[in-house]
Design a protein around this ligand. Sequence first.
Ligand code: FAD
Length: 514
Amino acid sequence: MSIIQAAFAAIVGDENVLTPETEGFEARHSDPYAFDPDYKAVSPGAVLPANTSEVQAIVKAANELGVGLWVVSRGRNLGYGGAMPRRSTDWLLDLGRMNKIVSVDVELGYIVVEPGVSFFALYEYLRENDLPYWASVPDLGYGSPIGNALERGFGYSAHGEHSKYLCGLEVVLPTGELMRTGMGADAESNATYVYKGGNGPDVIGLFQQSNLGIVTQAGIWLLPKPETTAAILVAAATQEGLADLVDTIRPLQLNNTIDSNVIIGSGLAVASGIMPRAAIFQGEGPMPFEAIKAVTEKIGVGIWNAKFGIYGDDAIVKAKVAAVEAAVSSNLPDAKMSVHYYDDTVTIETAHPGDRGQLGIPSGDLIQMAAWRGGEPAHTDFSVVATTRGSEAQRLVDLVKETVNSYGLDHVGGFTMFGRHAIMLNLLAFDKSNLEEQALINTVFAELIEKADAAGFAPYRAHPAFMDRISDAYDFNDHSLRRFITTLKDAVDPRGILNAGKQGVWPKGERPKK
Ligand SMILES: Cc1cc2nc3c(=O)[nH]c(=O)nc-3n(C[C@H](O)[C@H](O)[C@H](O)COP(=O)(O)OP(=O)(O)OC[C@H]3O[C@@H](n4cnc5c(N)ncnc54)[C@H](O)[C@@H]3O)c2cc1C
């Protein structure tokens, strides 16, 4: 047993210190979708604390031993690095055993959870206890509400922008000290989980996509179960329909007619969640439009599709749906709109599988997307920030499509709209067992960043292999934001032990030479 293993075992017990030799290690403690040959996909070990004081003790030991830690909540960040540190010598601090639901306030509509609680567990808890609330869920239910919100992940209900609904963080700082944000800084406050502010700056954002602290507990605001939910699909029939679709949806989000975020998916993106490419087209090169059109007709969707929910009392929902119908029929005469209505008794058993995201019901179905190119399923996403101007959406699609098509890949993607901004997601699926395909994804991704940067766009989240390059793209005033965060990093983590390199922020002495 190494000195590091022994030190961690003294805190959490032998059975909670894992190494690559431990059976099943790689399944939970690696990056299953790694595609950069320089990027080692398995960490040297993982330590699994049971509570906040064990996290503090591990962090203090790591400082003494000079060993780095990379924290994961459930480590399911598939496509964006999985459970894998950037420095190949860093240990994983896996918070999966800290899976308690700490408290729930039914009157005020929030729940306090530990990082190891999954979306599946949260859904079951709300259901088993017959609580009058839903939680928002992303496509895959096995991730963590805390891990996902800290990464600025999103789901598809009225609380879909997960980072917005996080309030009252308990944080272990890189020195091992314990801190609480906002009202939690007042030890006697009963407003910790209802007001993000307090005395001075709201620092929650400092712990998102960050390496300044380890979140060990957080409050999450829940969505009151609506009397009625309308799960809506607007299917546009043409390639050119994208800009009009985006320009039709934006005002409806800005005036709160549509209160969820809106997924705009290409027909091929919808198909990729249901079947592999080979079930549609077996040829080489980008899939021809005729094949794309044929599959969209077969599965009953458009070339571009907007999917979203409207929530509330029955009369309000019906009035809002009528407003959406009016906008669609006047702006998108060729589009088809379909509405599924649900009452507040809807469950995983009764919901249409395609509506689960809008209803706060977790599933694992969309993992199918990673199998798009067959072989050993793997993927990453090129995820870019845009405004919700239709012309800009079209410009981005043209840029990405032209690039991926030039490498013989299909364009499979779309946008999630949040009113004023949108996140464009492009699926870059590959066969993990095929080294040529891995190398191809590496090349295509690098080129996409360059082209997007030149056109004024930047990714919001990406595989760690590209974090430094993306950080370079945020270049206002000689990277003054990065210099500011780096100054904080040096102050709060002088030994540089936590999440080194996260979003391109490195400890002193390890910063890439420019
Ligand atoms: C097919 C498919 C569909 C997907 N769909 C979605 C989607 O709809 N929406 C979406 O957002 N994502 C999606 N993802 C990406 C990913 O699966 C989810 O975001 C997932 O929730 C992230 O895993 P996690 O919650 O276990 O986070 P983790 O892997 O635990 O954490 C992610 C990162 O956050 C930081 N972090 C985590 N916990 C802490 C902590 N306690 N303190 C400080 N920092 C921390 C670390 O840097 C860590 O590496 C999808 C992935 C796939 C493969």
